[in-house]
Ligand binder design. Structure first.
Ligand SMILES: [Zn+2]
Ligand SMILES: [Zn+2]
Length: 295
């Protein structure tokens, strides 16, 4: 029954995001979409992903709860459920046991099917490190059990404040775009993009998903070194979640930020050099190829 309600609500939000076509348009509404999409995206990536699943930094109990509340408003189930499954993803990445690998189970199942319709993933085991270590906070357990409440409050809040226009631009459309931005990390980032590191999985770096998923698109970097607080390993790799973590650390709200070790940067440099050498030798071979006279 709960599964049917979750599926119905998910598809209701997805399809009713088209309401933006039938309410008045303004640039301010685009700003509202961006705020609702990106603030919740950072809630998910900063808290569910880098903090609960990877322990990339530390923060206090109140900050941890506020960010978890924002992340849960994304309508992607609870923080312990989300992060618990993500740990399993890294453990089995693109092999049997990975809850969402497009290589193993196909694109649809990896993008949506596992999240909506796969009873094997309804619960996270108590021995999962996320449940084991963060399940001790009663407020997180409460949020995890009642994950439907924050998105419902956001939907109600936007509607009561600004009617259908605010509901469509402030909740429906950004909830739809954020769902696909997050799920694209599981699918697009295991299929399309560049591979800086030779990881055992199929993870890739992709600038488009990096933009829409607040820095998570540097997924090959992340699979190479999961513990780092930053997924963009260089200043030119756009990673707004990292900027927020860094800003929090400057005012004392986050500490013990995990850096990318020097050996990983050295490995990246060696791989880049090898790619340049290969490209140069291929160019030389092309130049040296004998030209054929047209007949
Ligand atoms: Zn992955
Ligand atoms: Zn991860």
């Amino acid at each position: 029954m709960k599964k049917k309600i979750t599926m119905s609500l998910f598809w209701l939000v997805q399809t009713s995001s088209l309401l933006v076509l039938f309410v008045p348009f303004s640039l301010g509404m685009v700003g509202l979409w961006a705020a609702s999409h990106f603030v919740r995206a950072v809630g998910l990536t900063l808290t569910f992903h880098r903090y609960f699943a990877h322990r990339a930094f530390k923060m206090g109990r109140v900050t941890q709860f506020i960010w978890s509340l924002i992340g849960t408003a994304a309508m992607q189930k609870g923080p312990l459920w989300w992060a618990g499954h993500h740990v399993t993803h890294h453990k089995f990445a693109d092999r049997d046991g990975d809850p969402h690998s497009p290589i193993i189970s196909g694109f649809y199942h990896a993008h949506l099917g596992w999240f909506l319709n796969d009873v094997r993933h309804n619960k996270v085991a108590d021995i999962n490190p996320v449940v084991r270590d963060f399940g001790k906070y009663w407020e997180l357990r409460l949020l995890d059990q009642h994950y439907w409440a924050p998105p419902l409050l956001l939907a109600l809040g936007t509607y009561l404040y600004g009617g259908m226009q605010w509901l469509a631009w402030g909740f429906l459309l950004p909830t739809m775009t954020l769902a696909h931005a997050t799920f694209a990390i599981n699918t697009v980032n295991h299929l399309y993009g560049s591979r800086r590191f030779e990881t055992v999985d199929e993870s890739r770096n992709n600038i488009v998903t990096a933009i829409f998923a607040a820095g998570e698109g540097w997924h090959n970097n992340h699979h190479r070194y999961q513990r780092a607080a930053r997924n963009g390993f260089y200043w030119w790799e756009f990673d707004p979640t990292w900027y927020v973590i860094k800003a929090m650390s400057l005012v004392g709200l986050a500490w013990d930020l995990q850096a990318v070790p020097a050996r990983i940067y050295q490995e990246a440099a060696v791989r880049t050099e090898a790619r340049v050498d290969l490209a140069e030798s291929q160019a030389l071979q092309t130049d040296a190829a004998p030209l054929r006279e047209p007949v």
